[in-house]
Design a protein around this ligand. Structure first.
Ligand SMILES: Cc1ncc(C[n+]2csc(CCOP(=O)(O)OP(=O)(O)O)c2C)c(N)n1
Ligand SMILES: [Mg+2]
Length: 687
């Protein structure tokens, strides 16, 4: 059914700073209209929730309109970037879409912009640079930084709006992002929506009394100020000035907006924790009646009444359309987890188009895994202008493992970026770039430190396509694995941790050629792809590497040895130990194992392995990660589920001990599977 046409007053979604100075009354009437519209919608949403017609919960923006409405009206919606918070319905209404679209989101029906996969205000409009929030407070700031930078890199004079509450301002992400924006000179308007409370906790219990949050900016080299967002003309003027300055200077600014939360934290909040009289104080400062009163004094009374009437009728007519919209259906839910596979990039058919090997000549070179990765990254940077790489010490130093050596010199700073120690915000930043046409490759110095970015990887990036339909092409390089006396925090295998969350792809090459191919395959995928790189493989030896037109085969297991007694599955460094064990049993006992290098850990194409198991009836899984909740548990479960009838023996899982990775080589050798232990385990399994 067609959406009702909005009232004329909502036709204009913009406000120019000059209007506020030269012709303030009509400008402020427009601001009032959008504030009033936002308030009416928020209030109706609360009622509909109380009637049981909206599920989950609702967090209202009543009291915050004096901030978010002028901000969204002043923004350049064609170029600017935002991620609205749970108090910013007014911003959403102005930025894009029809009220019915937004209501459909709340009703979680078949018209919902998130296809009802997300609730209440967790929607956005990525095509218009409005990034949907995830619940994790502070998490969206990095993504705003990245998308804004992407806009600037594409020649658009965008400003990004990083919005967060007083509660959210304590998050490490926010501090990381203030530093990152300052360091990179990003045009970001940071806004603290300080409404005095985080849920039930007053600011006096969040910060040392007397703390003025805006003053924190100084230590990041950022200009800042506080504004009273209940004084709408003053707030609008301050925002206009800050936005214009940031747009021009490309320097971030921080605004602490003293704002209000008139209806408590969420629909169920009875606000019993408020001290006596505080709620009444809030009502007295309510920006909507304050603005109205000042405009009535200037003669706008009857016009505002007419506007309110028209808005009220429009909202009701929209509810009449959205409420009976058919419910959401589960079609496409599973297939939408990942963005569809797109066509292969038009790679130059050579190892490295920038060397003598260019121009279609495909000579093989003897390379280590580290060199093969370097060559692949070089190829990507040379042939794909939308690519960039970032990570700690990857510039002049060439990365902790020298995988990025020489790339800064050849491709320069904007495309090869050292980052500060801020994995979470830098991953958020990479996600923002990825959502806007860039294709970042992020190096974690050690896979272990990727846990610092768990929210960004598993909840922001990995869920993006499912909830928004947007592609998030991001390669996350994770040097992993042990055996090098690096101890508990530099040696882990984290595939089970990350891959227990949906929405991530993962490759784990074990040879130089596969490492080269994996970079290209991961790069051109439209999803976040983790590239596990075992550190012990970086310099294990050289092998011939050449351009391989079938590089996409890396997404399937590779059969390394034929065999008929058992099927053996491994990946990473353990593939080499598995091959040695196979050799041993073949030469000593004349028993052959069919060995597969899994290579792709997600998605898991098991067809060939399953057929092998159907033939052999015996299964051995070997990996370096810990046994309990280890990746082998999933492999065994899947294979046994399908081939139970073929089994002649219980499957054998060989993995590391269920311990933190111990430091001393003698201890690590007991912790990890070694050639000797693998042979012993298989021997006793054979009986
Ligand atoms: C990282 C994180 N921890 C806890 C929560 C649960 N939570 C949701 S809203 C909220 C309070 C937020 O306060 P503030 O940032 O001041 O925003 P406000 O709701 O006041 O606008 C909390 C604790 C969360 N969403 N994210
Ligand atoms: Mg708050």
């Amino acid at each position: 059914m067609a959406f009702p046409p909005p009232p004329d007053i909502l036709a204009a979604r913009d406000l120019r700073a000059s209007e506020l100075e030269q012709d303030p009354i009509p400008a402020l009437e427009r601001v009032y209209a959008w504030m009033s519209f936002s308030r009416i919608v928020d209030n109706r949403i609360l009622e509909l929730f109380r009637q049981g017609l909206i599920k989950g919960t609702v967090t209202g923006g009543q009291g915050n309109e004096g901030l978010i409405v002028p901000l969204a009206l002043l923004a350049d919606k064609a170029n600017d970037v935002v991620s609205f918070t749970h108090r910013d319905l007014g911003g959403h209404l102005i930025w894009s879409g029809h009220l019915c679209d937004h209501l459909n989101q709340y009703f979680a029906n078949s018209g919902s912009p998130t296809r009802a996969r997300e609730g209440n205000i967790h929607h956005g409009d990525i095509r218009h640079h409005s990034i949907p929030m995830i619940s994790h407070l502070g998490a969206m700031a990095g993504t705003v930084l990245g998308m804004t930078d992407s806009q600037r890199r594409q020649g658009r004079t965008a400003v990004g709006f990083a919005l967060f509450g007083d509660g959210g301002s304590s998050k490490g992400d926010i501090h990381e992002c203030l530093n990152l924006a300052s360091l990179l000179s990003l045009p970001i308007v940071f806004v603290i929506e300080n409404n005095g409370y985080a849920y039930s906790t007053p600011v006096s219990e969040q910060f040392r009394p007397g703390t003025e949050l805006w003053r924190r900016a100084a230590s990041y080299g950022i200009e800042a100020r506080a504004v009273d967002a209940t004084d709408v003309p003053a707030c609008a003027a301050a925002l206009a000035e800050a936005i214009a300055k940031t747009r021009k200077t490309c320097q971030p600014v921080l605004i602490e907006a003293h704002t209000l939360r008139l209806r408590g934290h969420a629909a169920y909040d009875t606000c019993d924790y408020l001290p006596p009289g505080e709620a009444e104080g809030f009502q007295r400062r309510d920006p909507l009646p304050r603005l109205r009163a000042s405009l009535v004094e200037k003669g706008s009374g009857s016009r505002l009444s007419a506007i309110d009437k028209e808005l009220g009728e429009f909202v009701e007519s929209c509810i009449k359309i959205s409420l009976p919209t058919p419910p959401a259906t589960p079609e496409g839910m599973e297939s939408d987890l990942f963005a569809p596979i797109s066509g292969a990039r038009p790679w130059v058919p050579s190892l490295d188009s920038g060397t003598s090997n260019a121009g279609g000549m495909n000579e093989a070179e003897m390379l280590t895994v580290a060199q093969a990765l370097n060559r692949a990254l070089r190829k990507v940077l040379r042939e794909r202008p939308e690519s960039l790489i970032l990570g700690q010490d990857i510039g002049t130093y060439g990365g902790a493992f020298k995988v990025t050596e020489g790339l800064l010199g050849d491709f320069g700073r904007p495309r090869v970026m050292n980052t500060p120690l801020a994995e979470s915000s830098c991953t958020g930043y990479a996600i923002g770039l990825a959502l806007n046409g860039h294709r970042p490759i992020e190096e974690f110095q050690f896979a272990d430190f990727a846990t610092e970015a768990t929210t960004q990887i598993t909840l922001n990036a990995a869920t993006m396509h499912f909830r928004s339909g947007a592609a998030c092409p991001l390669v996350l390089r994770m040097p992993c694995g042990g055996g090098l006396t690096f101890g508990s925090f530099h040696s882990q295998e984290l595939e089970s941790l990350f891959l227990s969350m949906p929405g991530l792809k993962a490759l784990y090459p074990s040879t130089p050629q596969d490492a080269f191919n994996a970079v290209l395959a991961a790069y051109e995928d439209d999803n976040p792809v983790i590239l596990f790189e075992h550190k012990a493989l970086y310099r294990r030896g050289r092998e011939q590497v050449s351009w391989d037109p079938n590089y996409r085969d890396i997404w399937k297991p590779r059969r390394i040895r034929p065999g008929d007694f058992a099927t053996m599955v491994s990946y990473g460094e353990m593939v080499h130990i598995a091959a040695e064990a196979c050799e041993y049993f073949s030469s000593e006992y004349d028993i052959s194992f069919e060995l597969f290098d899994l290579r792709a850990l997600s998605p898991l194409p098991m067809g060939e392995i399953e057929s092998s198991l159907a033939r052999t009836g015996r299964l051995i899984v070997l990996h370096e990660g810990r046994l309990t909740h280890g990746f082998g548990a999933e492999l065994v479960a899947r294979l046994v589920e399908r081939q139970f009838g073929a089994l002649k023996a219980p499957p054998l899982r060989i993995a590391s001990l269920d311990l933190p990775v111990p430091f001393a080589p003698e201890l690590e050798a007991v912790f990890r599977p070694t050639r000797k232990k693998v042979i012993e385990r298989i021997s006793s399994w054979l009986g």
